[in-house]
Design a protein around this ligand. Structure first.
Ligand code: DSN
Length: 435
């Protein structure tokens, strides 16, 4: 029996049940993944006790000699993984990393241009209820409703919008966009209007690291990410700069008067701008996951994620499901359920009864509210980590279809649930509760 189990059974029991849920069910939330035991071990260490405000070699606390090693290893590995000049591994989350980007490049009230949340964008890209939409003037580009580009971004329209609103910053990146981005075209537009170009690659970082998708780093002034999605690390954030330039904002170093580098501004925005002490246990776990992502088998994993998503998309289409943009080029697909007579909310709830976890999601030009929605978002990163291949994912599509065509039939759902358990048992996940 573990110390936690004997001392605090209330918390232990909830953790045990969550591990069981992860072991027994189909995890298809596109932003989730399963970390290795090494990552879990690093997270559960005494590094959580240490204050380390500042950067390696330049801290505001004593006793940082070993956490300095950890943070330097994390930074070096991340730079190798993404072939970039500079990283900051301290952001507690993707939202926190993004807040540091705004703090660096924008003043309150400034205009920026990002992908509409209702078209696949993210909360921190200008939603009215988020700091990004409260403090700054958010303008949006979206995806096409009809025609050959339906469900995808028309770069001519992005340019028209940028010329009309003259943003100080343009953001790229999404939570529910199944296609890749043309970073060169975005950069040309940013240069034309004098805007900073920022990519939030939270969803696709793993695919970018291995070359499965276009690389934003040569084109963007700054890139942010989370570390826990396709990158398969601990929950957290990171900032990256491909090639570090003197900033164009006229911010100078107080003594020398030289223009500060973009990376210097971003470091200051993370700390002391947005955060206090970094979570050093999490930084250690990030370092561990970056080593894993540098191994050749991570490339094979990402290839499988993309192949599996493509196989799933084809299987859904063959069953009459309507996919935004007609399919996928990455790890996720957005299914518009309007032709199936079920809302995203009801689909999510029915699938949950069969222990198939997805999230309801707005589809572009949705006529339902964000609490109901007309779609679901489905992704392959987590179950691919468990070893699912194309055959298993085709079976998963069959199971989803059986639930969605009988969403109120408890017997049908129970039978699917039994098959879900069998499928998961053939691909074991965690054989422990506390690592
Ligand atoms: N909204 C999360 C997701 O994509 O699931 C990311 O913050």
């Amino acid at each position: 029996m573990s110390e936690l189990q004997s001392r605090d059974p209330e918390v232990y029991d909830a953790i045990e049940k969550e591990v069981e849920r992860q072991n027994n069910g189909l995890e298809l939330i596109a932003s989730e993944n399963f970390v290795s035991r090494s990552v879990l071990e690093a997270l559960g260490t005494a590094l959580t006790n240490k204050y380390a405000e500042g950067l390696p070699g330049k801290r505001y606390y004593g006793g940082c000699q070993f956490v300095d090693v950890v943070e330097d290893v994390a930074r070096d590995r991340a730079k190798r993984l993404f072939k970039c000049d500079w990283v900051n591994v301290q952001p507690h989350s993707g939202a926190s990393a993004n807040a540091s980007v705004y703090l660096t490049f924008m003043e309150p009230g400034d205009t920026f241009l990002g992908l509409d949340l209702a078209h696949g964008g993210h909360l921190t890209h200008g939603s009215a209820v988020n700091f990004s939409g409260i403090l700054y003037n958010a303008e949006y580009y979206g995806v096409e409703k009809d025609g050959p580009l339906a469900g995808t971004i028309d770069m001519n329209k992005v340019r028209d919008k940028a010329l009309a609103v003259r943003p100080k910053m343009i953001s790229i990146g999404a939570s529910a966009y199944p296609r890749d981005f043309d970073y060169k075209a975005f950069r040309d537009i940013a240069d034309e209007v004098g805007a900073v170009l920022w990519m939030d690659m939270a969803h696709t970082a793993g695919l970018i690291a291995t070359g499965a998708l276009n690389d934003p780093l040569p084109h963007c002034h700054v890139v942010s990410t989370t570390t826990h999605k396709t990158l398969r690390g601990p929950r957290g954030g990171m900032l990256l700069v491909g090639r570090d330039y003197e900033n164009t904002m006229g911010k100078t170093a107080p003594k020398s008067g030289r223009l500060k580098m973009t990376s210097e501004l971003l470091d200051s925005a993370v700390f002391p701008g947005m955060q206090g002490g970094p979570l050093m246990h999490s930084v250690a776990a990030k370092a561990v996951s970056f080593r894993e992502a540098l191994e050749p088998d991570f490339g094979a994993y990402i290839d499988a994620v993309v192949r599996n998503a493509s196989a799933m998309a084809t299987a859904f289409v063959s069953k009459g499901y309507s996919l935004v943009s007609g399919g996928t080029s990455n790890h996720l697909m957005l299914i518009d359920l309007r032709n199936k007579g079920i809302s995203g909310k009801d689909a999510e709830a029915a699938l949950q009864k069969a222990e198939i976890t997805v999230n309801k999601n707005m589809v572009p030009f949705d006529d339902r509210s964000p609490f109901v929605t007309s779609g679901i978002r489905v992704g392959t990163p987590a179950m691919t980590t468990r070893g699912f291949g194309e055959d298993e994912f085709k079976t998963v599509v069959d199971l989803i279809d059986r639930v969605l065509t009988n969403p109120t039939d408890d017997n049908a759902i129970a039978s699917v649930r039994g098959e879900v358990h069998e499928l998961c048992a053939r691909h074991p996940l965690y054989d422990f509760v506390i690592s």
